[in-house]
Design a protein around this ligand. Structure first.
Ligand code: PMP
Length: 374
């Protein structure tokens, strides 16, 4: 906490080196945006060297390649953590961040889990804000798009020991992005592969941290889903096939409980779940709505199947920065196809959350406490 803040780099020390005009890149058309394909003209960097007293001078530079020793620890042992957040161009033309202090707190927790140094959230947000200000013309003038912000921290010690890295690089790159599921309409639900042979997190592991090593092993499973014509993976855990997350989203279930009441459920933060900022925002909004029960508890596939069979499952949806809220319409599980009626509801709950969050992010609710104007 405070010690970390004291030892952190400071925004006031920032050095800015702008790209010369002839190196500025043309901005892509909004319709061409593919997730993470185009990058803005500048980046943020700050090195950490224990031998030199810790954090060095923070800087903004043109977007450029990084040079590491081939033994750099990140390249061997995935000593790395990252974040994903967005800047939105509102209807008033102002640019806003959404709850960035939560991303920074999560990044500090992820970095600590990798033995990497911490930093002051507020100083880092100020640095990010300056970077976005410099590249502000890259924030799309469209409510179907936004500027994705990717803070990354890597351990770069040029030594092969499996031990903590005495040097690190914290950097930020930015990309204009459209909607995550290219070409698909928001009103169509996603189809999922739920295969209990695979799991993404386990007790005592790092599933609750945003570290690169959680994502590499998911690529092949995601490909297997795609080969079956399914869009995302529903991640299960344990003998009882607990439902944990969907793709890179947290999951919510809206159903009619044993007492005939409507209830919203999401798995608890028990170490298997990434503590999503969208997840926590939806829980807060749901408490404000105050029209149904809200529970953080384990969901099993057996329960999902039973609720579908008894017509008591109303909605399943994913929640995350990339697509905010994403309805689920189909699950393939143990050779069985489950139709999920999320998109059949006349006034689905997921749409209410989607609209409220988009309204806050795109400035329809001026001065909302969850937004930071740039
Ligand atoms: N789960 C996983 C595994 C993720 O990678 C993400 C994206 N950060 C989320 C959930 C959603 O988190 P957030 O709402 O903070 O984007």
């Amino acid at each position: 906490g405070e010690l970390e803040a004291e030892r952190s780099f400071k925004y006031s020390d920032i050095a800015v080196r702008l790209a010369p005009p002839h190196l500025l890149q043309p901005k892509p058309n909004v319709s061409d945006l593919r997730f993470g394909k185009y990058f803005t003209d500048h980046m943020f960097k700050v090195y950490y060297h224990e031998a030199l007293g810790g954090w060095q001078t923070p800087e903004i530079t043109p977007l450029e390649n990084l040079v590491f020793h081939p033994a750099a620890k990140v390249l061997h042992y995935a000593i790395e953590a990252f974040e994903g957040m967005k800047a939105y161009r509102g209807i008033d033309g102002k640019i806003r961040l959404f709850r960035p202090e939560l991303n920074m707190a999560r990044m500090n927790a992820s970095a600590r889990r990798m033995g990497l140094p911490g930093f002051s959230s507020i100083e880092f947000i100020k640095c990010c804000t300056r970077l976005i200000g410099i590249d502000q013309e890259w924030v799309p003038h469209s409510e179907a798009s936004s500027l994705y912000i990717r803070p990354t921290i890597v351990g770069i010690d040029p030594t092969l020991g499996v031990s903590s890295s005495e040097s690190a690089l914290l950097y930020v790159i930015l990309c204009p992005v459209g909607s995550y599921f290219a070409g698909e309409k928001r009103t169509e639900g996603v189809s999922l592969l739920a295969d209990p042979r695979y799991t993404r997190a386990w007790p005592g592991g790092c599933g609750d941290r945003k570290v690169g090593s959680n994502y590499a092993p998911t690529i092949r499973v995601q490909k297997e889903a795609a080969e079956k014509g399914l869009q995302q993976v529903l991640w299960l855990y344990g003998e009882d096939h607990q439902v944990t997350e969907v793709g890179t989203m947290n999951i919510f279930m809206f159903h009619i409980n044993e007492d005939g009441e409507k209830q919203l459920v999401t798995p608890p933060l028990d170490g298997l779940i990434l503590p999503g900022i969208t997840r926590s925002s939806i829980l807060e909004l749901a408490r404000d709505i105050n029209e149904f029960k809200i529970t953080e508890r384990t969901i099993t596939m057996e329960e999902v199947c039973r609720l579908v069979a008894e017509n008591r499952l109303l909605e399943l949806f994913g929640a995350g920065t990339a697509c905010v809220v994403s309805p689920i319409s189909y699950i393939e599980y143990m050779g069985q196809g489950l139709h999920i009626p999320t998109c059949d509801q006349p006034e689905p709950l997921y749409k209410k959350f989607l609209k409220t969050l988009l309204d806050i992010q795109y400035g329809y609710v001026p001065g909302h406490p969850w937004t930071w104007e740039i």
